[in-house]
Design a protein around this ligand. Structure first.
Ligand SMILES: [Zn+2]
Ligand SMILES: [Zn+2]
Length: 920
């Protein structure tokens, strides 16, 4: 433990040490109390970073905000649980390991499933902790002893439990479905993983001959190769151009297959020819039309997007080659009508950038409608609140239009779907454990489904599974619903919405239905307590200093670890907090971080001043006892002087303000108020004001100094606690030195967060101090304007009509003399407002008694020149006024003006002569 502060503030030297100490001492570990002994619980689930993750500015912001809130609640005495974990991140991790294998000339397929999964675990053991180490470096006050990984045994068991229950409730089904298929990743991906971009493309018009006539129907398509899988041509029933063709057939060119002409809404009479080809296996809208008309689904591609046997002579070509060949053949055979330029909204895989292929496949789905209904209800009823508030409506709009959720992924890394198929009778068995045999035919050959679950399936369950579900654990009782979720907008639907759906479903289980005799309040209570979190705070984006989105291609990505290395974690955290206004993106400028590093430095130097005085005063000055859990304000502070009463009042005002700001996630207001107090009031004013009281003669009476010192240490210690959630490291370092080995607690993180005591608020002291500050600052400004030498003391004249203000100034004349370098204060009886260079305020007028220094030689020259000019003017005026002719002819007012002017010039001459004499 440090016993003194090094001379220079070097964050790198202290931060790693405290991060390690907090973890080693298990300071943030929560032991769940038995029933009946629960303090107010406050719990938060860390959005589990991907195990492949590296810290970026978004994480850093998210973690800073969470850590501020968690440290604040812990210090307020709540039973505070911050639950950390990492996500197995199915596709991201699998691709990472596959890339590594490719470099070694191997592939996943060569290894086989089990060996590959073992490889991924190896990778995870080796590199999976990097993101956690980085979190530790940020000071995240998570409960490290509860760290989970989404593939841990108990979490995997819970995932199977949820799957089986949903399946039994008819909410998981298996179906053919058009999914977004990535031929490169070899897996279905969700709508949310598809990026759309507009690209120039072509629209191909193809004509299909009508069977038994010489007519053709012309259809248009951007993807001609899919025509090989057409199973109908659709026209709109209201489109009179085609009425005569209802019920007829066309011949599918190239394939020479007869397909029907159907009437369906799919065909829009306003668009093109009004007729469209129908390819149920390769287009989501056609798929739906196919279901309406019972059309066959002819899949002409394989999983790599190569043409398959159903594509006839085109089998084996990839989709690009197939397009060229199909178009060439259509043209050669006279079926191609036209090729036109056309803008296509191309869907690409978010990970690989490959063009996504709509593909018919067997997938597992969650029927979300009943789950969504409950999720909508809890948000509409306000059982979950959003900050900023506008996200509530965004969330609801999305939920009103939600589609079934495709939860299967064709990957190896993840939670394997707990479903088995009988090799003999093809019976499907969904079970918690691998079944011994087929329940239907008794056959022993059961094959488990090869797919795994979407990563978001398991993370949707975390608020309850990470607390021990399906066991009725004590943790669930105490910490569910969690109090808060802090996360980014980008995963509002991926994750937040699904947590709400799953939480409200499983924590208010349908197997305990609401009976007719259940009181409605009982249901409401259960619903209110089924939510995964009571509040959602959506944090902003961190952009670069020019408000540009950070991106690798722009090269403007700031690495938080570099910023931390340069300025320290505390300063980086403070920057993010100071800019984190809810709903406003952050333009991160490292120059601000430099400014907050200076702030930390200021605090460091103030602490060094404190310890210097402790050394001078000897052991008489002890550290303050820890504040009791119910304490408010600063107890033991002896407010004897104006500056004491003022700083105590300010401290309480700021504490009240900061608590209120954190209550509503106004991190920026909390941070800037603490900054202004600590630097602007405590360091710049209070420390300066009490210096004379801290001084004492060698061998003389120390009692005044001891009282002043004690006040200072009480105030400083409390201010460190106020700052701690934002700057945990420097506050811990100084706090530990204050207690110098006699710690009342293991860490400042466990000390009480300051609360305002209204009895310590003193508005009169604040007003008085404001007047005094105004006076001192005014003198300083005037001195600067007049370019007074810094060391030169200057007398001032003050006019103050209120006796109270005069008494105030007289009583604090020492402060004025020291801080404004004033040598004598003279009170005058009339306003100085009209005097040039005076400062006039509502409470006082002030004038600096000071004449500017001058160059004597130059001034004499100037005065002599002026006298010469005045003498000429006066002589000329005198001669005119002595001329009778002039006096007789001139109008009386002209004569009068001349007399006045002469008088003024004579006065000016006297003044100039006097000045000249003074200079000699
Ligand atoms: Zn892909
Ligand atoms: Zn069977």
């Amino acid at each position: 433990m440090p016993h003194e502060l090094p001379k220079a503030y070097e964050p790198g030297a202290i931060e790693g040490r405290w991060a390690e100490y907090w973890k080693q001492e298990k300071l943030f570990h929560v032991i769940t109390p038995p029933a009946g002994a629960v303090r107010n619980a406050f719990s938060l689930l860390l959005p589990p970073p991907n195990v492949t993750g590296r810290l970026h500015m978004g994480h850093m912001l998210n973690q800073t905000e969470m850590d501020i809130i968690m440290r604040w609640h812990r210090m307020k005495g709540n039973l505070t649980l911050w639950l950390p974990g990492t996500d197995h991140a199915g596709i991201a991790t699998q691709m990472m390991v596959e890339r590594q294998l490719r470099r070694e000339g191997e592939s996943r397929q060569q290894l086989g499933r089990e060996a590959f999964i073992e490889k991924v675990w190896e990778w995870k053991r080796q590199y999976g902790a990097a993101i956690l180490d980085q979190m530790k470096r940020l000071g995240a006050s998570v409960d490290w002893d509860r760290l989970y990984f989404t593939l841990d045994d108990h979490l995997s068991r819970a995932v199977r439990e949820v799957f089986v229950r949903l399946y039994q409730q008819g909410l998981i089904y298996r179906g053919k479905y058009i999914v977004n298929w990535c031929p490169d990743c070899g897996t279905a991906i969700s709508d949310l993983e598809v990026k759309h971009e507009d690209v120039p493309g072509k629209l191909y018009e193809i004509r299909y001959p009508v069977v038994g006539s010489k007519e053709f129907i012309t259809v248009a398509t951007t993807r001609p190769e899919t025509m090989l899988g057409d199973t109908a041509v659709a026209v709109n029933a209201k489109d009179e151009r085609y009425t005569h063709l209802h019920g007829k057939k066309v011949i599918l060119p190239l394939m020479n297959r007869e397909i029907p002409i159907i009437t369906d809404e799919l065909a829009n009479p306003e668009f093109g020819t009004g007729a469209v080809k129908v390819t149920p296996a390769h287009d989501p809208n056609d798929f739906q039309a196919g279901l309406r008309h019972n059309l066959p689904q002819v899949d002409v591609m394989d999983e790599r997007a190569h043409m398959n046997q159903n594509a006839g002579q085109y089998a084996g070509l990839d989709r690009g080659q197939a397009r060229e060949r199909v178009v060439a053949d259509l043209e050669a055979q006279g079926f191609l009508v036209a090729i036109k330029d056309y803008t296509i909204a191309l869907g690409k895989c978010d990970r690989s950038g490959t063009i996504v292929e709509p593909r018919l496949s067997e997938q597992w789905f969650v029927k979300v409608e009943p789950l969504a209904k409950r999720a909508i209800e809890v948000v509409e009823k306000g059982y979950i609140r959003f900050t900023p508030e506008n996200y509530r409506q965004i969330f609801l709009n999305w939920m009103y239009n939600i589609h079934d959720w495709c939860i299967s992924r064709q990957l190896w890394w993840g939670h394997r779907i707990p479903a088995w198929r009988c090799g003999d009778c093809h019976q499907l068995v969904v079970a918690r454990q691998a079944p011994g045999g087929c329940g239907k035919c008794g056959g022993p050959r059961l094959e488990q489904d090869t797919d795994v679950l979407d990563t978001w399936f398991s993370s949707a369950l975390l608020p309850f599974t990470a607390l021990g579900w399906p066991e009725a654990s004590r943790d669930l009782e105490v910490f569910y619903p969690t109090s808060l979720l802090i996360t980014g907008f980008d995963i509002l639907f991926f994750w937040v919405a699904r947590m709400i759906m799953m939480g409200c479903w499983f924590m208010m289980p349908p197997e305990k239905p609401v009976h007719a005799d259940t009181k409605p309040e009982g249901r409401e209570e259960a619903l209110r307590n089924s939510v995964p979190f009571r509040e959602v705070y959506i944090h902003a984006l961190v952009r670069d200093a020019e408000r540009q989105k950070m991106s690798k291609t722009k090269g403007n990505v700031l690495d938080p670890l570099e910023v931390i290395t340069k300025y320290g974690t505390d300063a980086t955290r403070f920057t993010l907090a100071a800019m984190a206004a809810p709903g406003t993106d952050i333009a991160f400028n490292p120059s601000r971080t430099e400014g907050y590093r200076n702030f930390a430095n200021k605090i460091w130097n103030a602490a060094r001043f404190l310890f210097l005085n402790r050394d001078r005063l000897g052991d008489a000055a002890g550290a303050p006892p820890p504040a009791s859990p119910t304490a408010k304000g600063i107890s033991g502070f002896a407010a004897q002087t104006l500056e004491d009463r003022w700083i105590l009042s300010r401290f309480n005002g700021v504490a009240g303000y900061v608590n209120a700001a954190l209550e509503t996630y106004r991190f920026h207001e909390a941070a800037s108020r603490i900054y202004d107090f600590f630097w602007g009031e405590l360091c710049d004013w209070y420390l300066e004001l009490i210096k004379p009281r801290l001084a004492f003669e060698e061998g003389g009476d120390k009692s005044t100094a001891q009282v002043a010192y004690k006040n200072l240490v009480l105030l400083f210690e409390a201010s460190l606690r106020l700052l701690h959630p934002v700057m945990p490291f420097i506050t811990e370092e100084i706090w530990q030195v204050i207690y110098d080995g006699c710690l009342p607690l293991k860490s400042i993180a466990l000390a009480l967060y300051p609360q305002a005591d209204d009895r310590q608020i003193n508005l009169k002291a604040e007003t008085h101090m404001a007047v005094l500050q105004d006076l001192i600052v005014s003198v300083r400004n005037l001195r600067a304007e007049l370019k007074v030498e810094p060391k030169q003391k200057v007398p001032v004249q003050i006019f103050a009509s209120e006796p109270e203000i005069r008494t105030l100034i007289q009583g604090n004349h020492v402060a004025m003399e020291r801080l404004a370098n004033v040598e004598a204060i003279e009170f005058v009886e009339s306003s100085l407002a009209k005097l040039p260079g005076a400062r006039h305020t509502a409470r006082f007028d002030m004038h600096l008694v000071y004449e500017r220094k001058i160059d004597v030689g130059a001034e004499r020259k100037r005065l002599m020149k002026e006298l010469e000019r005045l003498n000429q003017t006066i002589a000329s005026a005198e001669s005119q006024l002595g001329n009778r002719n002039f006096l007789a002819k001139a109008p009386p007012n002209v004569v009068e003006d001349l007399r006045k002017s002469l008088g003024q010039h004579q006065l000016l001459r006297e003044k100039a002569q006097r000045k000249l004499e003074e200079l000699q």
